[in-house]
Write a protein that binds this ligand. Sequence first.
Ligand SMILES: [Zn+2]
Length: 106
Amino acid sequence: MTKVKNAPNTGDLKAPDYTEYSSWIEYWETENSRLLLLDWNKWLYKCPKCGGLFAWSKFDGAHVIKVYSIDSKKYILPLCQGCNRGKDETPFDIDNNLLLPMPNKK
Ligand SMILES: [Zn+2]
């Protein structure tokens, strides 16, 4: 497990400036599968931060940073819109393999 938190002030980091994709969640899906977050009983996806179950369309590709780490890179992680769009920077634990490094600007 890795402890991460929402990176502040990332609203102006637009996926098309960094990737071939129109959204960060699309970019995340180039290396990962949404099935990693699927609740097979309910056919909804589990937000790794709040644990809530939502349709995939309710997820954003959030920017997170590791806490208690010398690694200061930003990573893309799917979070529900409620968890992504608020200002909450409470650290939370996630599976390390859900993190996709944010690329450099094109
Ligand atoms: Zn959430």
